[in-house]
Ligand binder design. Sequence first.
Ligand code: SF4
Ligand code: FES
Length: 253
Amino acid sequence: MKINLKVWRQKGPDAPGKLVDYALDNVSQDMSFLEMLDMLNEKLIVEGEEPVAFDHDCREGICGACGVVINGQAHGPNRRTTTCQLHMRSFNDGDEIYIEPWRARAFPIIKDLMVDRTAFDSIIQAGGFISANTGSAPDANEILVGKDVSDHAMNAAECIGCGACVASCKNASAMLFTAAKAEHLNTLPQGKPERNVRVQKMVLAMDEAGFGNCTNTGACEVQCPKGISITNIAAMNANYVRSMAGSEVKVTK
Ligand code: SF4
Ligand code: FES
């Protein structure tokens, strides 16, 4: 296939950026989207140009590193598919493909298609953990957990922290990510004792990082490669309100 690319190039965080045209011949339909970008970079290196910077790690849909906006959609046209799991067979010979970085104030651009997602780390550092020693696996397995509770927690735990929810939200809200990380722990018996403080701290960290508010448009759920449900947001909101009304601890920082 022949593919016409328009790739966002930006030398650094404060440099001006622009879309640059590249044409690639002999793109195989079996290539992944990132392999196609590798092919572009090999061509650029041979031609003495600087390769395009983009993030990736596992290339198996697990790590969440590879997010880019493809033709206006976070992770591209296929539902529940990370950029690394997207294949060129999803495109046609002669297609024009726009490739841009996540765009959100809380995710500043580092270079080209790479953004800084440290803001997500700050939310996890605020409350995405259990501080009690829960013992080894056999100890943890002695606590019976209902199937519905376990399913709810494990569905939330599927979040890979890619940031597509933020990039696809008109408010650049991180509510889906934060809710998934909070609900995963809040639902299980080991996480319940700290849930009031956890939800308050994580919401505060989310606001301080500069993410916008949720207005229930649902774009995050549609673009999430792991299908995290916005019902997690409703559950976190309910938990937050309950914790502010009933908890002896108020996190104000
Ligand atoms: S909720 Fe979905 S879109 Fe958002 S960070 Fe997690 S996996 Fe990515
Ligand atoms: S590179 Fe790890 S999810 Fe895509």
